[in-house]
Each structure stands twice: as structure tokens, then as C-alpha cells.
Write a protein that binds this ligand. Structure first.
Ligand SMILES: Cc1ncc(COP(=O)(O)O)c(C=O)c1O
Length: 401
């Protein structure tokens, strides 16, 4: 017998009752024609907004030529995108994936193989940080170390040691003879927009060099211009050995990449790793098109300009409505608002204003607009945030009266 209330999808998502039919730049439009200003961008994915003409044109024209070939063959778009990423970063080598978690899996395997081919197979352990989020595969939930994601999924994948965020002494004492790498997000996204200070990233780099450890950065959320540099670590002047990238790199097309120095990737030889779909011609065409726009002169200047504009406006709102917003943090257009009310209430109040945002840990909401946002878009968002903050403050004042 079928259950009348049954629905065909896994119940893994607590979905909002919204059905979007179309996207236009900064806007998402529902089936009934309601327009929402998108300051979530699919959680930092739609880096160029919705239906960007260059991406649409590229995808259409590639779709008419070739969708898929196996990685058994040369894929020219893959070589081109790999070369462009190598030319723009610390890296010498790229491995393309379909998601962030797969990019992290590749990063973890790359680090382990490096020590293996160096004759140190025992150095497979990786230090990670409390509050981290690296994805939902078995290895990446172990790396993230959050109980709520590990519970019920059997033994935790071995080889991840977690230390408190920002505790240098704990970090130093966690390094042992089996440690091979340190994995960190330059800004914890899901963890509540918690930036690692530049001097701490530099200290991490130094610590890795002193102990022969590889530094792996998870720039899945912070990369591809989100912070106003192509990658967030550039603000600190350091270079990682391995880096996982996804989300914004595809502008909405599933795409990720693991980047590494030639030295770090030296164990990743023919046959040791692979993927059916990673680096397919459709994804490579879109990835190259996204890069065309992000690498244009002035693109990152705009991100920094809009970020500053938003930050100033938000600081003023937070000053006037401390009962709603207690702190503004983040870098570039990865902005966190620490809420004085439950962050779920803030996300809902903003949704009522037709502004889309995303929750995060530490009672924070994230503002992650497409990087093509203009001052007019920022002003529009600020107006809506102020209206929501005013409404929530009124409720908070009534409650405390
Ligand atoms: C920092 C970070 N790493 C990894 C991931 C996992 O990426 P994906 O969901 O594409 O597997 C995410 C996704 O939110 C992320 O924010």
C-alpha cells in the first residue's frame, strides 16, 4: 500500500516552501512571478549571477558539439582550464572533479600519496579544525569532525585529528610522527564565517615547513574571487601545497578542482585516481567562460568595492539594531552577520523581505551575493536587511518590556 503523505525524495533537506522557475542576474523568480534578490547565490555558487549571457552562450554552443568523452582521451578544454588555473595560482597541476567534496577527497589522497612515495606511508594523518566543513563523503565528514554529520554512519574514517580553532598550542601538540598535513578553510563558511587571521595562516605555513607537512587549503567557498582576491589565501601572502576549489568556479555548473604543486602531486601517477565525469567538455567550457569574466580587469576591484559598501551599510544597521544584529564579519562578499535573535528567524525575516540569505554555525547568517553585484543591488539588499532588523528588534523590545 502506498502512503498518501509519502514523497519520492529522501527527507535529507529541510526545504523552504519556495519554487523558483527562472533566474535573471541577481534575481530569482518563482512560478507565480515573485522576485527575490539572491544574496545566497546557491551558497556561493552562482558567482556571475543567473543566466549570465556569456555562460549561457558557451553552454549552448558546447552542448551542440560534445557533452562527454572519457578521460581516456585528451580533453582540450580541460588542458586549457588547467593551464589557466596553474598560471593564476601557486599550483603546477590540476585534477577536475564534479563537487567540492570530491576535490577534497583528491586533496586528501594527494597528501597521503606524497608521503607514501617519499617512503613514509605512516604519515597519513591530517590535522583539521573544530567547526570545519569539508563535505559529506565518508572521508570529508571525518575531516570536518562534526558529530551531527558523523552520527550513525559507522566507524569514522581513520586519520583525522581535530584541534580547537585558533589554539596554536593545541595544534603544535597534535603534530606527531604520523602527521602528514594540515587542512584548513581560510574562512570557515558553514562554521559561521570565522576568518583565520593572516598572521595565523603565515604561522601555519611556517609550522608545515618546519615539520615537513603539506598545507591543504579548502577554498571551496572562499575561492574564485569571493573575498576580493582570486583566492582568499592571497591576502596573507602564503602559498599552500594543495588546494580544493569548487562552487563559484562553475558559476552553477557542477565543477570542482584539486590544485597542487608538482612536488605535492608527485604520487598521483597514472591509474591511482580517476573520475568518470570530472573535467567533462560541458563543465570545462563553462569553467573557462567563468574564468574569462573573473579574470577580466576590474572584476575583483568591483568585488572589493561592493564588499566595502556592504560592510559600511551593515555596520550602521548593526549599530542601530543591536537587538537583531550583534556583529558583522567576513571578507569580501563572504559576509557573516552574527544574530542577536535566532539566525533562522533572521533568514525568515529576510525572506519575507524577498532577500535570500543562508544560515551558518555560531548563530550567523551569510550574505553571499553573486560577485557581479552593483552598488544599486547592495543598496537594495541593505534596505531589506534594515527593514528585517527593525521588525525583529521591535519584537525583541516588546519581549523584554
Ligand atoms: C568549505 C567547503 N568545503 C567543502 C564543501 C563541499 O562541497 P560540495 O557540497 O560541492 O561537495 C563545502 C560545501 O558547502 C564547503 O563550503
Amino acid at each position: 500500500m502506498t502512503d498518501a503523505n509519502a514523497q519520492p525524495l529522501y527527507d535529507t533537506y529541510a526545504r523552504a516552501d519556495l519554487r523558483f522557475e527562472r533566474g535573471e542576474g541577481m534575481w530569482l523568480i518563482t512560478e507565480s512571478g515573485d522576485r527575490y534578490l539572491d544574496f545566497a547565490a546557491g551558497i556561493a555558487v552562482n558567482s556571475l549571477g543567473h543566466a549570465h549571457p556569456h555562460l549561457v552562450e558557451t553552454l549552448k554552443s558546447q552542448a551542440e558539439k560534445l557533452w562527454h568523452v572519457s578521460n581516456i582521451y585528451e580533453i582540450p578544454g580541460q588542458k586549457r582550464l588547467g593551464q589557466r588555473l596553474v598560471d593564476s595560482t601557486f599550483a603546477d597541476k590540476a585534477f577536475f572533479t564534479n563537487s567540492g567534496a570530491e576535490a577534497l577527497e583528491c586533496a586528501i589522497k594527494t597528501a597521503r600519496r606524497y608521503h607514501y612515495v617519499n617512503g613514509n606511508p605512516q604519515r597519513f594523518r591530517i590535522i583539521t579544525f573544530e567547526g570545519a566543513f569539508h563535505g559529506r563523503t565518508l572521508a570529508t565528514i571525518a575531516a570536518g569532525g562534526q558529530l551531527k554529520y558523523l552520527e550513525g554512519f559507522g566507524p569514522k574514517v581513520e586519520g583525522f585529528d581535530q584541534v580547537a580553532f585558533g589554539d596554536e598550542e593545541a595544534l603544535k601538540s597534535a603534530i606527531g610522527p604520523e602527521t602528514g598535513a594540515i587542512l584548513i578553510e581560510p574562512i570557515q563558511g558553514e562554521g559561521g564565517v570565522r576568518p583565520v587571521p593572516d598572521e595565523e595562516l603565515r604561522a601555519l605555513r611556517k609550522l608545515c615547513d618546519e615539520h615537513g607537512l603539506l598545507l591543504i587549503l579548502d577554498e571551496v567557498q572562499t575561492g574564485m574571487g569571493r573575498t576580493g582576491k582570486l583566492f582568499a589565501h592571497e591576502w596573507s601572502g602564503i602559498k599552500p601545497d594543495i588546494m580544493a576549489v569548487a562552487k563559484g568556479i562553475g558559476g552553477g555548473f557542477p565543477l570542482g578542482v584539486c590544485l597542487a604543486t608538482a612536488e605535492a602531486a608527485k604520487g598521483m601517477t597514472a591509474g591511482v585516481h580517476g573520475t568518470t565525469y570530472g573535467g567533462n567538455p560541458l563543465a570545462m567550457a563553462v569553467g573557462n567562460a567563468v574564468l574569462d569574466v573573473i579574470l577580466e580587469e576590474g572584476f575583483l576591484d568591483n568585488v572589493r568595492h561592493i564588499a566595502l559598501f556592504m560592510k559600511q551599510g551593515l555596520a550602521s544597521i548593526s549599530d542601530r539594531y543591536p537587538e537583531a544584529i550583534s556583529e558583522v564579519r567576513g571578507r569580501g562578499l563572504l559576509i557573516g552577520l552574527k544574530c542577536a535573535v535566532p539566525n533562522t528567524a533572521m533568514v525568515q525575516a529576510l525572506r519575507d523581505e524577498h532577500l535570500l540569505t543562508v544560515g551558518a554555525g555560531d548563530n550567523v547568517i551569510r550574505l553571499l551575493p553573486p560577485l557581479v553585484a552593483t552598488e544599486a543591488d547592495a543598496r537594495e539588499a541593505l534596505t531589506r536587511i534594515e527593514a528585517a532588523a527593525e521588525r525583529l528588534s521591535g519584537t525583541a523590545r516588546l519581549k523584554s518590556a
